[in-house]
Write a protein that binds this ligand. Structure first.
Ligand code: FMN
Length: 327
């Protein structure tokens, strides 16, 4: 097996990610109140795009009822396209590929003026009818189309952290008795229908899926379930699988201070798929980032909070690998 380094490019579907570093989706609250792109948001991404291979722009809502928080970036209307275009141009000028993460918050919406929608009601949220499920799948598809029109190199479906797609997958949040609930096959149905609808709009661009690998909660979904979903995602046309947490979220407290906390889950998932896998979770050191690639545990490494704090971390990480190559 050929050893991969942080500095190695990844060729995929005609795209070239210039190295293995990914800036993962991180909400900034820098969008305008109507969800549109601001200059501050563009500047934020341009600074983080200077050295990485891929930028995944933060979770952007596919419809008003799927909005999570105020000042979230939106891809819910055609009016958003021109601003998103400027964001894409800014990132491309820095040499990185860029995809947009698309999300429906489901029961996690924090907005006061809407009744959240969910696979099953939790008191505050309303259970989705089958017609409403179809309508949301259509919203995902339209959002992907807008992202494509804005020039993104693809989209990432947010299937993790207890948002709507993940709510269907997890037995903790999905108590439905119809074909969308119960068995693992039924709980995967919504994810796969979203993938199918989005895939047609993404066309020859990149389709990423952020998977909730484990709920880390008794009675929740486990990495064994996620492995089955990951294989289905690959069969159904997903190009890259980005591995994070399920309803436990992206930064479970028990992992505080642990470097690479979701890497073991990504490694498990990589064993059952042949598409590239992104690993993430508390990565702070160049040595660690490079070692998990060298070991072949994952294909790409996402570094979030470290790059938020210090955008030049990426340059130093790549320089350190280049220096080591010369020795
Ligand atoms: C403030 C904040 C906002 C985040 N927003 C998103 C998001 O929009 N979508 C998503 O999938 N993950 C989101 N995440 C999770 C990150 O993408 C990442 O998985 C997590 O921070 C762990 O990686 P890190 O330790 O390198 O930061 C967010 C994390 C933070 C800290």
């Amino acid at each position: 097996m050929c050893m991969v380094l942080l500095t190695d490019p990844l060729h995929i579907k005609g795209f070239v990610l210039r190295n293995r570093l990914v800036f993962p989706p991180i909400l900034t609250n820098l969008a305008a109140f109507d969800g549109s792109v601001t200059e501050a948001l563009i500047e934020h991404y341009v600074r983080r795009a200077a050295y990485v291979g891929l930028v995944v722009v933060e979770a952007s809502y596919v419809s008003e009822t799927g909005k999570y928080v105020e000042r979230q970036l939106g891809v819910h209307s055609d009016d958003m396209i021109s601003g998103l275009k400027r964001l894409v141009e800014g990132v491309h000028e820095m040499g990185a590929c860029v995809v947009l993460q698309i999300v429906h918050a489901g029961s996690k919406s924090t907005l006061q003026n809407i009744t959240p929608l969910a696979p099953s009601s939790d008191g505050r949220s309303k259970e989705l009818s089958k017609e409403e499920i179809k309508a949301i799948i259509d919203e995902f598809s339209k959002a992907a189309e807008r992202a494509s029109l804005a020039g993104f190199d693809g989209v990432e479906i947010h299937g993790a952290h207890g948002f709507l797609v993940n709510q269907f997958f997890s037995p903790l949040t999905n108590k439905r008795l119809d074909e969308y609930g119960g068995s693992l096959e039924n709980r995967m149905r919504f994810s796969l229908e979203v993938v199918e609808a989005v895939k047609h709009k993404v066309g020859n661009k990149l389709l990423l899926y952020r998977i909730g690998a484990d709920d880390l909660t008794p009675g929740g979904s486990t990495v064994e379930d996620a492995k089955i979903l990951a294989k289905k995602l690959e069969e159904n046309g997903v190009d890259i699988i980005d591995v994070s947490g399920g309803v436990c979220g992206s930064r479970p407290v028990q992992f505080e201070g642990v470097e690479g906390y979701f890497i073991p889950y990504a490694r498990e998932i990589k064993k059952v798929v042949s598409v590239p896998v992104i690993g993430v979770g508390g990565i702070r050191s160049f040595e660690y980032a490079n070692s998990v690639l060298e070991e072949g545990y994952v294909d790409l490494i996402a570094v979030g909070r470290q790059l938020l704090k210090d955008p030049l971390w990426a340059k130093r990480a790549l320089d350190s690998v280049n220096r080591a190559k010369k020795i």
